[in-house]
Design a binder for this molecule. Structure first.
Ligand SMILES: [Zn+2]
Length: 131
């Protein structure tokens, strides 16, 4: 059972560690792994802007490094409005299957927008398509 509130809280908390001196747009993400554990990531910007890393992909990299391969849900928390993962992050998340995506405003964590990843990235390129 996914604990939505705990997942969103984890995304909110890790947002505080965001390294975003250029955009000032701090983002936190948290993945609910198949075993019930939560792995977090925050955005990490760079003076060379295009190599900046989104919170969602940072969370995926951390989770994979810890041995996780299946995620049931993702929470994303940024500013005053809910934000959805960017296109690149949607594709990276899709690699690990379907999941529910909670996008919460930082000042209204209890009322996230809720999506299925397949709705955010329809007709996606995936493992089966690449074979
Ligand atoms: Zn992204």
């Amino acid at each position: 059972m996914i604990d939505m509130a705990a997942l969103i809280d984890a995304a909110f908390e890790v947002k505080k560690r965001s390294y975003s001196p250029y955009s000032q747009f701090a983002v936190g993400a948290a993945l609910w792994c198949e075993d019930g554990s939560i792995v977090v990531g925050c955005n990490v910007e760079n003076a060379s802007y295009p190599v900046s890393l989104c919170a969602e992909r940072a969370a995926v990299a951390a989770a994979v490094a810890l041995g996780h391969r299946k995620f049931l849900a993702l929470a994303v928390v940024a500013g005053q409005h809910p934000v959805t993962p960017c296109g690149a992050c949607r594709q990276v998340l899709r690699e690990f299957g379907e999941m529910t995506v909670f996008c919460a405003a930082a000042d209204d964590l209890q009322h996230p927008e809720v999506y299925e990843l397949s709705a955010l990235l329809p007709h996606s390129f995936d493992l089966e398509a690449s074979r």
